[in-house]
Design a protein around this ligand. Structure first.
Ligand SMILES: NC(=O)c1ccc[n+]([C@@H]2O[C@H](COP(=O)([O-])OP(=O)(O)OC[C@H]3O[C@@H](n4cnc5c(N)ncnc54)[C@H](OP(=O)(O)O)[C@@H]3O)[C@@H](O)[C@H]2O)c1
Length: 370
């Protein structure tokens, strides 16, 4: 495993981080985790040199018992392994209104009021069983928030109290530049954003911006939610409640397969599988600090961690991959932004979908991504 510096935090993070959205069996997003294997995956990840764990207050959260199950699994691993001091632990403060993304003109008082930020930091420390978060990220952002002073004061206080070492923004899907003004405050040290072979657009503007400001870059959804693994077929179906049931609807799945079949023709000595090609693509970009595939299986940890061996893709292949970009921008379709912003509310989904899995709410919740 190789390590890179996470921008001005100075933290050394492994090139492959572990995304933990799917770690707990979350019936509203990622169905089917085997909690025992999730825990073992954390052990194997660390054993193979991984040191960067990305989680969030909302991952595996249940409103019925107020538990944060992704955090809890990480807490169990940290306690049993005694590895806390060797790891970099990141989490995220969710928007108080539970809507992803944050829409323009929404007041910050509905999304990140000061007492909410404090509460989510305290909840996270408690459920993770740690005293300090290495990185706390805002789980949505609108750059208008930069004009407000409350959050700035709050994060300064939480840092001074020793509860959080560094702050980051996990940018809204497909809006990686919608945090540039916040970066200029000097309070934000990292940006988490979608970057993969299909969604290459951030490479144009964000990568040079981050290099100029010494900002750590955390590339999320590196495998396009599994689409870039090449393991799906036109017959693949996902469980009720799994968001991929909609993300990979039959039409999208058909187009995905055609595109991954094209990508497979590029496999050669540089990368032997689509997973390897996808992760090597990200690690071949020097501005990326860490790529964080979601990993809840030991076999995935083993193959993904193995990609961090210092071998970069050739310029020829990197330039060939540009032709395979597939910009979809699912999440900012007019349907979602103008008429149904509430549809991305996990509580809306959890409560309605539980009683009626084929409810309009579930059907329109096709695009939420935490
Ligand atoms: N707004 C935000 O802040 C936000 C949004 C999304 C994600 N994230 C973070 O980014 C992380 C990564 O994104 P993601 O998990 O959504 O998408 P992803 O990493 O593109 O896809 C993860 C899925 O790919 C499959 N996979 C992983 N490694 C594999 C391998 N070697 N072979 C075959 N399949 C493999 C797994 O599917 P199965 O487990 O089903 O087998 C896994 O659940 C998340 O866990 C989370 O920490 C943050």
């Amino acid at each position: 495993m190789k390590y890179r510096t996470l921008g001005k935090t100075g933290l050394k993070v492994s090139e492959i981080g572990i995304g933990t959205w799917q770690l707990a069996d979350d019936l509203n997003c990622w169905v089917g985790a085997d909690l025992k294997e999730s825990l073992q995956s954390l052990y194997r990840y660390a054993e193979l040199g991984g040191n960067f764990i990305d989680s969030a207050w909302i991952y595996g959260y249940s409103d019925t018992d107020d538990r944060h199950r992704s955090h809890e699994l990480i807490a169990q691993f940290l306690k049993e392994s005694g590895l806390r001091d060797k790891l970099v632990i990141a989490s995220k403060v969710p928007p108080k209104n539970m809507q992803w993304p944050a829409f323009k003109n929404m007041p910050i008082s509905e999304i990140f009021p000061d007492d909410w930020i404090v509460k989510c930091v305290d909840d996270s420390l408690r459920s993770l069983g740690i005293e300090t978060l290495d990185l706390m990220q805002f789980h949505v952002w609108q750059d208008d928030f930069t004009d407000e002073d409350g959050w700035k004061e709050t994060i300064r206080k939480l840092t001074a109290a020793g509860k959080v070492r560094h702050w980051g923004i996990s940018a809204n899907d497909y809006q990686p530049s919608n945090c540039f003004r916040a970066i200029e405050t000097g309070l934000i040290s990292s940006i988490q954003f979608i970057l993969n072979i299909f969604h290459q657009r951030p490479a144009e503007k964000l990568l040079p911006f981050a290099a100029k400001h010494n900002i750590g870059l955390i590339a999320r959804v590196p495998l396009d939610e599994g689409g870039l693994t090449g393991k799906f077929t036109v017959d693949t179906r996902f469980a009720v409640g799994d968001f991929r049931r909609h993300y990979f609807s039959p039409d999208r799945l058909k187009e995905l397969i055609a595109r991954t079949d094209n990508l497979k023709t590029l496999l050669n000595g540089e990368a032997g599988s689509l997973v390897e090609l996808s992760l090597r693509y990200l690690l071949s970009l020097p501005e990326v600090s860490s790529a964080i595939p979601g990993m809840r299986r030991i076999s995935h940890v083993e193959s993904n961690n193995a990609v961090s061996d210092g071998r970069l893709l050739s310029d020829r292949l990197m330039s060939e991959l540009k032709k395979h970009a597939w910009e979809r921008n699912f999440n900012t379709s007019p349907l979602h932004t103008s008429t149904l912003p509430w549809s991305r509310n996990p509580f809306c989904l959890s409560q309605t979908a539980r009683s009626s899995p084929a409810s309009p709410c579930e059907l329109t919740c096709s695009n939420f991504c935490f």
